[in-house]
Design a protein around this ligand. Sequence first.
Ligand SMILES: [Ca+2]
Ligand SMILES: [Ca+2]
Ligand SMILES: [Ca+2]
Length: 570
Amino acid sequence: VIEKYRITTGTTLLFCLLISTLAAAQESPKFITGPAALRQAGIYSLRQFDPSLTGAGVKFTVICRSFTYIGNQPQNDYRPFTGHNSLALGRFNFHDKPDTYAGISPHSTSVCSLLFGQDPNAYYLAAGQFYYEGAAPQGQADIYELVNFLDGYLAGKVPSDADILTVDFGEQVEKYWTRGIESLAQNHGIIIVAGIGNGTDATDPLLYPAAGANAIGVGVVDSVKSAYEIINLENFALPGVKHSSAGPTNDGRCKPDLVAPGNCLAAIADKPQGYETTGDYCSFATPIVAGVAGLLVQKAKQTPGLELADAKEGGNCLIKAVLLNSATKLPFWHKGKLTTADDHMVPLDYLQGAGMVNAVAAYDNLTAGRAVPGKVASLGWDNNLLVRNAPKIYSFSIPEPNNKVITVSLAWNKHYQDAFPFAAEPSKDGNLRLELWAVNPKNPSKSTLVDYSDSPIDNVEHIYFSAVAGLTEYYIVVTNSAGANEQRYGLAWSVGERPSRDSIGWYDLNADGIVDEADVTILLKNLQDSTASQDVYLIGDIDGNGKIDVEDVKKLLERTGSQADWLVSE
Ligand SMILES: [Ca+2]
Ligand SMILES: [Ca+2]
Ligand SMILES: [Ca+2]
């Protein structure tokens, strides 16, 4: 009997590291489900709760590049290796040019194993035997080389009837084809999930289509830095500019939208039983987010009342709003630059986006159901049409404001032509604004605007507000501050616990498992750099007052000597 999900980090660690010495002394779970990055994203917890969520009935389009180019010509070796044990049962359709030989790409093999893999007898030396399971193992996949995908599209045919289209490469500037992908989101309701780029330093440009307005752009959360490969596969810290390209875009928009762990065990292209570690790359974080989106779409298709989450009109905005709204804020999450002065204009963090994808919280937000303007529950969503000068208002109560945080996320599409050259149609775009008001308990006819998000250029807005003692009645206002008369939008809201600042991620800045002088050195350097320039993205504002200062240094010094629970003394 394969006990797929019984696992805690502690037992995994023991199991993985000390199997030879402990196996006889202690009953270890023989089979764990991996890759651990998917566990971190909440995918296995969600599937344990609802085992039907396998991606069944969900259509993915996966766009790949050829592994080999001669001159600029792709050699059509773009396919995953379906001879791999984990991909043998995959529901794949390939789209080749007639009379061309299609070959195998190691990269596509890794990506497809993370999305669709399934292997009850997987084995990896450092992990032992485990149950390999991708994010959406029963999803149906149309797999294209980019050039073949575009051929039909440019001939005027919509090449895809997918629910979700995923692409983990891109271009540093917008091109006709990246706008074409965005057009699929706006004109055909397809959810686009794309990799934002593996920045090697803070100045690396973001990649389109991920950097495009309508896509969900995904960055990568780094593994911790331990000497043990298996610990690095199991534990994650923060995204960093050395692996995950940071916003803003050249035109000043927030990106990425979300982050996910990317260091995974993935299938090897020429070894049917082989797995290898992928490393901290956003190419492998992207399929995790695409997979979570697929599970949400499957739930929406299955469940009466959730139809508008899977609608051609605004469904992609709704799923984006739900994913952003439910993401886990990692330490140091803040809007835009370090200063709080830009927080109303810049909706997301320049490295984390809205945070790390959280499949369980996203599912809870989705299944809370649609609520139309008026009195609503404190968890829910709406896919609706906003008309200029007719704000939509959602009011809700929270029973106990202490330590609560109210999160509200709004997403809408920018417009593009539905045919080559897929030009932007800015006259059809809207500029939406999101407000959060608190009702005065002594005088209910008086309300206070407690937070708002109103970027002049983004097409997402995001509020993350710590509830105020004594105030229990709130309302959300969605309004169109400029632009076209009508806009379809997705809105999601929730009330949760404010995360504590106790976790070691706030102090172990180099993610080596111990708080020591090395972390103090990083903090002092960030303090110095933040004084020199307001324009850099830096971590270290432990108390969250919008600057790195001596109080933050004091707080870090107080935690000197703290160790991560995964740290193994040698
Ligand atoms: Ca800020
Ligand atoms: Ca450290
Ligand atoms: Ca501070």
